[in-house]
Ligand binder design. Structure first.
Ligand code: BTN
Length: 273
């Protein structure tokens, strides 16, 4: 007799679809046992198969992509997800999609574990000063198929040593939800919370309330007043983090008291004062 066991893909998809309370996000869900990258998959989906709010999830990724051309270690146990956004807001607001992603993840972590995570510009979610989640935003507004793909890499039920052994000395150390919480987390529930909160914050952008997103992001960050180094190509900028500008840039006060505006492509490393 052939034994029929339901696959990871179909269990995850069915449970998630049942739990979601959203209007538009998660109405179309793709789940895979493995993919090279959910980001690549979502970017390549034809327009007819990627309505606004489409979600792509993989149990593991073989060639996960991080920001700045880095690779993203994505073993089984993490939450590796990309979401297609067909923006109904102006191009100036695109920068805020990574803020809304980070806010959504922070809320979902709080809801599922009671842990208060903190946000680090431009796209990181930290617990105890270590990175638990990173967000990658790909933008394609050139062609007829205008879309943003927001990728979330959340180290959920994995060992941080799997990641930290591969990091270079200048990168923020990684942590995982499992290690911070002390237990495995239900990935479907976690995904449901994140997607609900993404829709919640997305509606701020749609209704012209980007500055409220910035204000909320700032409330959830401990960066301000810290000394930091930012590498801008070959230039090394050292100063105090003082604010996030209305356009989403980071504002730093330099040694000569001038204010330097940093765009969103850079990496920030904190230094002891
Ligand atoms: C970062 O560098 O901090 C962003 C990492 C983003 C990783 C996620 S995992 C899901 C999606 N697929 C990818 O290949 N990358 C993003």
């Amino acid at each position: 007799m052939v034994e029929l066991t339901e696959s990871f893909e179909s269990i995850f998809k069915t449970k998630l679809a049942k739990l979601l309370r959203t209007n538009r996000f998660g109405k179309s869900i793709y789940v895979f046992d493995e993919l090279d990258s959910t980001q690549d998959y979502a970017n390549a989906l034809p327009i007819t198969e990627s309505v606004h709010g489409t979600i792509v999830i993989a149990k593991k990724q073989n060639v996960g992509k991080g920001r700045l051309g880095r690779s993203w270690i994505s073993p089984e146990g993490g939450l590796w997800m990309s979401i297609v956004i067909r923006p109904d807001f102006s191009a100036d607001n695109i920068i805020f999609t990574q803020f809304l992603g980070a806010l959504a993840v922070a809320d979902a972590i709080q809801q599922t574990t009671k842990i208060r995570s903190r946000l680090k510009w431009p796209n990181d979610v930290l617990i105890n000063e270590k990175k638990v989640c990173g967000i990658l935003v790909d933008v394609n507004l050139e062609s007829k198929d205008k879309k943003i793909v927001m990728g979330l890499g959340l180290n959920a039920n994995i060992e941080s040593s799997l990641i930290n052994n591969y990091l270079t000395a200048d990168t923020t150390k990684a942590t995982t939800l499992k290690e911070e919480y002390g237990n495995d987390i239900d990935l479907v529930n976690l995904t449901k919370s994140i997607v609900d909160r993404i829709e919640y914050y997305y509606n701020f952008l749609s209704s012209g309330k980007a500055l409220e997103i910035v204000a909320l992001w700032k409330q959830n960050s401990d960066m301000f007043g810290k000394r930091a180094i930012v590498y801008d190509g070959i230039e090394k900028i050292m100063g105090e983090v003082i604010d996030i500008d209305q356009d989403g840039s980071l504002l730093m006060k330099l040694g000569d008291d001038s204010i330097k505006k940093i765009t969103y492509y850079r990496n920030v490393t904190f230094i002891e004062s």
